[in-house]
Design a protein around this ligand. Sequence first.
Ligand code: ADE
Length: 360
Amino acid sequence: MAIISDDKYFNNSDNDKKKSDTNKSPMVKAVSIEYDRTFENTIRPKNFDDYIGQTSLKETLKISIEAAKLRNSPMDHLLFYGPPGLGKTTLAGVIAEQMGVEMKITSAPSLERPRDIIGILMSLKGGEILFIDEIHRLNKIAEEILYPAMEDFSLDMTTGKSQTVKTLRIPLPKFTLIGATTKAGELSGPLRDRFGIIYRLQFYSTEELTQVIKRTAKILDIQITEEGAKSIAKRSRGTPRIANRLTKRVSDFALIKYNGIISGKVADSSLDVLKIDEYGLDTTDRALLNLIIEKYDGGPVGIETIAAALSEDVRTLEDICEPYLLQSGLLQRTPRGRKVSPEAYRYLGKKLDNLQQNLF
Ligand code: ADE
């Protein structure tokens, strides 16, 4: 299976990221995004045996794939949603590999003009997979072009002006659309309804991440002990993308500062230097919790206010920081803004005063 990526997609995504990074170190950031992507692609599992975790989803997918093969037809359109880094793109690639078909990858922000989505739909061959990342960001026109494409495998084009307008129906080969989103709630109802299969990807357990890390260490050709893998796993926020990045960072420490083996001690001290604590929280996460406690009495406070105070953009906080803080119960979302939980006070070693105790 060859994965063909739409270059515009990567350029656009990078541009988005670069915009928010310009007041940091744009060159270093741009290089590291590129480097991370190459690294991620190298270690991406290609089949279900190598893909760790998401067990029940994997079982259901295997059945859908076998059934599609038996019927000699493409699989139903699929929607994967959940926080970033849980393996949505990877899973789509595994499906393409198992189906023995090509996958074209694009992202909603790069499908700005009608001809972008029309071009990519018309380039598909029978049975192929079209992967659209960040599908909640699709504009209305692109969505409307997609409806007949998904439902009837056809493109409805209009030609001529006012009285002479004609609708032309162009058949497309049958294909499977795999959409991925971190924000399923922002998808329009009609688009959501056109997916036959909708799945939420789950955070990974420490045991699952330990396996992911051992597999990655093997690919990186670095020795790792069970304790070393577990130490990294515990600090990876339930997310394989983070586990893989940390494994790479710790392997650098092991090679340069230690004896080349990632033991529990090597992992712990390297991650301490990287300021990633035993819950996997980094300096931004801790700054966010501290800010709400110190400046806003524990909250609630609006996300825009938090973002301005931390010099971060709202999307980074919502997409990267918050999912895990919410999942771990340190942060709560209320209609009036974000609020920390009593656990966050304990975690940061802070005392709740009497008034706050009554509020919780
Ligand atoms: N790398 C990223 N996601 C993975 C997964 N689910 N299994 C193994 N390696 C991975």
